[in-house]
Design a protein around this ligand. Structure first.
Ligand code: NDP
Ligand code: GDR
Length: 348
C-alpha cells in the first residue's frame, strides 16, 4: 500500500486529493494545524477512527513554520509521496501578512524539501514531491502563459510561490530528488474558501435569492482568470508523481472569463441580474493586480494524458446549486429563531 503525506489536507485541494488517493488504495497522512475550533470540515466525511484497524486517513499536528515537526513527520510516516498543498493561499491577505506568507508559503517548502532530502539520503528510500505552484507566479506577464513564460509576480504570495518553485527545481537538479512543480491556474468548487471571488459570488447568489443578503460587494470585476474544477486538477497532481522522470507542468483549461462574466452567469442561473446586486467596494482592490491569466497547458496536458472534465458552465452551476441549498438551510434555521452569523469577509 502506498503512503502519501499531505500538507494542506484541510483545504479545498487537500480534501479532493485525499478522496482520490483513498480511492486508489493509498494510506493518506494529513498535516493539520492546531486550532481552538475544528478546522476539518472539508475532510470530516472521510474521517475514520484511528483506533479501528484498516483506517487509511490519519491526521497529525504540524505546521510549515515548524521544521523539526516536519522532520519528525517524515520519519514517522515514511511516505512514498509528499504533496505540499499547505500555504497562506490568499493573495490579498498576503499584502497584510507579507512576512508570514513568505515564511509559510515560501520557506515552508524549503523546510519540507530539506526534511525529505535528509530522510532520502539516510534511508535510500525515494520520496516523490509535489509542489503546489501557481499561475499567480506569471502575474503581469501577457497571456497566454505557459511553462516558457517568464515569471512576474505581483503580490507577496506570488513572490513566495516563485521562491518555492525554484527551491523545488533546485532540489531536483542538485540532489536528484523526484520533485515536480504543478503550475496550476485557478481551480474552484463548492469547497472553495468563501473569501475567494467565485465562492464569494455563489454564496451571495444563494443568500440573495433566499432574501438573506441585500447586496454583494466586490472589487475589480474586469480581472480575467482561467477557472477549472479542483476535482479535475487533483488528478493532474497525482499523475505528475506517477511518471518515469520528474519535471514541471502547467495545468489550465485554456479559457478565461472575467469576474463580471462569472457573476453574470451565476446570478442568471437563479433568474437574477448581477448588475442589480453588485456594488464596488475599493477595499477589495489589490495594491497590484493580476489582470489576465489564461493558461497554455497543451504541452504538459499531452505529457500527462490529462484533460479537464468540467466545463466553465458546469462549474458555475455546481457551485450555485450547492450554495442555493446551503442558503436554504440557513433560512430554515433563521426562520426557526436560530442566530446564524452570515459571516462577513472583512477586506478580502
Ligand atoms: P486553501 O486555502 O483552501 O488551503 C490551504 C491549506 O493550507 C489549508 O489546509 C490550511 O490549513 C493550510 N495551511 C495554512 N497555513 C499553514 C501552515 N502554516 N502550516 C501548514 N498548513 C497550513 O488552498 P487550496 O486548497 O485552494 O490550494 C492548495 C494549494 O495550491 C495552496 O498552496 C495554494 O496556494 C495552491 N494553489 C491553489 C490554486 C487554486 O486555484 N485553488 C491554484 C494554484 C495554486 P487550515 O485549514 O488550518 O487553514
Ligand atoms: P486569486 O483568487 O487572487 O486569483 O488567487 P481570488 O478569487 O481571490 O481573486 C480572483 C480575482 O477576483 C478579483 N476580485 C476579488 N477577489 C476577492 N478575493 N474578493 C473580492 O471581493 C473580489 N473582487 C474582485 C481579484 O482582484 C482577482 O483579480 C487564487 C488563490 O487560490 C491562489 O492561492 C492561487 O494561487 C491562484 O488563485 C491561482
Amino acid at each position: 500500500m502506498k503512503r502519501a503525506l499531505l500538507t494542506g489536507i484541510t483545504g479545498q485541494d487537500g480534501s479532493y486529493l485525499t478522496e482520490l488517493l483513498l480511492s486508489k488504495g493509498y494510506e493518506v497522512h494529513g498535516v493539520i494545524r492546531r486550532s481552538s475550533t475544528f478546522n476539518t470540515d472539508r475532510i470530516d466525511h472521510l474521517y475514520q477512527d484511528p483506533h479501528e484497524t484498516g483506517a487509511r486517513m490519519l491526521l497529525h499536528y504540524g505546521d510549515l513554520s515548524d521544521a523539526s515537526g516536519l522532520r519528525m513527520l517524515i520519519e514517522r510516516v515514511q511516505p512514498d509521496e509528499v504533496y505540499n498543498l499547505g500555504a497562506q493561499s490568499h493573495v490579498k491577505v498576503s499584502y497584510d501578512q507579507a512576512e508570514y506568507t513568505a515564511d509559510v508559503t515560501g520557506l515552508g517548502t524549503l523546510r519540507l524539501l530539506e526534511a525529505i532530502r535528509d530522510y532520502q539520503d539516510r534511508t535510500g528510500k525515494q520520496v516523490r514531491f509535489y509542489q503546489a505552484s501557481s499561475s499567480e507566479m506569471f502575474g503581469a506577464a501577457a497571456p497566454p502563459q505557459g511553462l516558457h513564460t517568464p515569471f512576474h509576480p505581483r503580490s507577496p504570495y506570488a513572490v513566495a510561490k516563485v521562491y518555492s518553485y525554484w527551491q523545488t527545481v533546485n532540489h531536483r537538479e542538485a540532489y536528484d530528488l523526484y520533485a515536480c512543480n504543478g503550475i496550476l491556474f485557478n481551480h474552484e468548487s463548492p469547497r472553495r474558501g468563501e473569501t475567494f471571488v467565485t465562492r464569494k459570488i455563489t454564496r451571495a447568489v444563494g443568500r440573495i435569492k433566499m432574501g438573506l443578503q441585500p447586496k454583494l460587494y466586490l472589487g475589480n470585476l474586469e480581472a480575467k482568470r482561467d477557472w477549472g474544477h479542483a476535482r479535475d486538477y487533483v488528478e493532474a497532481m497525482w499523475l505528475m508523481l506517477q511518471q518515469e522522470t520528474p519535471r514541471d507542468y502547467c495545468i489550465a483549461t485554456g479559457e478565461a472569463y472575467s469576474v463580471r462574466e462569472f457573476a453574470q452567469r451565476a446570478f442568471a442561473l437563479v433568474g437574477l441580474d448581477a448588475e442589480d446586486y453588485i456594488e464596488i467596494d475599493p477595499r477589495y482592490f489589490r495594491p497590484a493586480e493580476v489582470d489576465y491569466l489564461l493558461g497554455d497547458a497543451s504541452e504538459t496536458r499531452e505529457a500527462l494524458g490529462w484533460t479537464p472534465k468540467t466545463s466553465f458552465e458546469q462549474l458555475v452551476r455546481e457551485m450555485v446549486e450547492h450554495d442555493l441549498e446551503l442558503a436554504g438551510q440557513e433560512k430554515t434555521l433563521i426562520d426557526a429563531g436560530h442566530q446564524i452569523a452570515l459571516k462577513g469577509v472583512g477586506n478580502t
